[in-house]
Ligand binder design. Structure first.
Ligand code: OGA
Ligand code: MN
Length: 288
């Protein structure tokens, strides 16, 4: 192997050193990357200073088809496969989604085939703040008492984009557009198992998140709320978290099937801009 994979000193995550992604890695290298992603949940590719949007897209596609984000205002102007995550305003218009991920979530858990993983490439970073936190959902699941694990193994939960977008609009105002009728129709609520079996590692992970999971199927409202609150709390306990402090030109590839993540705030007089691609995954499988 021509590059190094070094586990981070954290409950998940590994650094990939000495690999330039501007050339698509060959099949054996891609195999190591896939395996490391399944094992560690987050991969940090350092020093991707030469990587163009086209090359970012080409690398991402080796893992599956790409998903086009519903907020089309914030696509890269030449490449709808890239979602711009940014607080930068140009000619009076936000160039990207300014408040992406300000709540714990797994990308696109609100669609029938949620994202396998997302690849976020740093373009401009603030001098302070703007870290991204990742939490290990396999470890969170395994930490639960046996009776609770057994109980949730058989449960399903509903995920909704619209519920989140509405809540986010209330906080972010005009930075976050409402959905058109067509957009709304394209993201009806979906149901997924509360516990997801990772298709590559075979390990069970919690698959509910504060961002998009609205309720548990078949439970009275108050019980559903109480159980979700309990699971959300465990899922992001300090001991399951890796804090990513962005370095210039990092590309971070995370596995949405076994992690949740959160964007932390930063002073808004700094510019922050990152490019994201999103790889489609399979229909989540439960333990039963
Ligand atoms: C995302 C996201 C977090 C961040 O792009 O999916 O949640 O720190 N971003 O920008
Ligand atoms: Mn996200």
């Amino acid at each position: 192997m021509s590059f190094e994979i070094r586990n981070l000193d954290a409950p998940l995550g590994a650094e990939i050193l000495g690999l330039d992604l501007s050339e698509v890695p060959h099949e054996a290298e891609l195999g190591h990357i896939r395996q490391a992603l399944a094992e560690r949940g987050v991969l940090v590719f350092r020093d991707q200073s030469r990587l163009t949007p086209e090359e970012h897209i080409a690398f991402s596609r080796t893992f599956g088809p790409l998903q086009i984000h519903i907020q089309h205002h914030f696509h890269h102007p030449q490449h709808p496969e890239i979602l711009v995550v940014s607080n930068v305003v140009e000619n009076g218009k936000p160039i990207g989604l300014a408040d992406a991920g300000r709540y714990w979530h797994s990308d696109l858990s609100y669609v029938a085939e949620p994202s396998l993983g997302s690849l976020l490439h740093a373009q401009e970073l603030p001098d302070e703040g703007g870290d991204t936190l990742f939490a290990n959902q396999v470890a969170a699941y395994e930490s639960l008492p046996a009776e609770l694990r057994e109980r949730i193994d058989g449960l399903q939960a509903v995920h909704s984009y619209e519920a989140r977008n509405r809540a986010q609009q209330a906080v972010s105002g005009d930075k976050r557009p409402g959905l058109t009728e067509a957009q709304r129709a394209s993201v009806p609520p979906v149901t997924h198992p509360v516990v997801r079996v990772h298709p590559e590692s075979g390990r069970k992970a919690l698959f509910v998140n504060e961002g998009f999971t609205t309720h548990i199927v078949g439970l009275p409202e108050d019980e559903s709320r109480a159980l979700l609150e309990e699971l959300f709390t465990v899922s992001v306990a300090e001991r399951f978290i890796y804090r990513h402090r962005w370095q210039p030109h990092d590309l971070v590839f995370w596995d949405n099937r076994q992690t949740v993540h959160l964007a932390t705030p930063f002073p808004q007089h700094y510019r922050r801009k990152l490019y994201r691609t999103t790889v489609q995954g399979d229909v989540p499988a439960g333990p039963n």
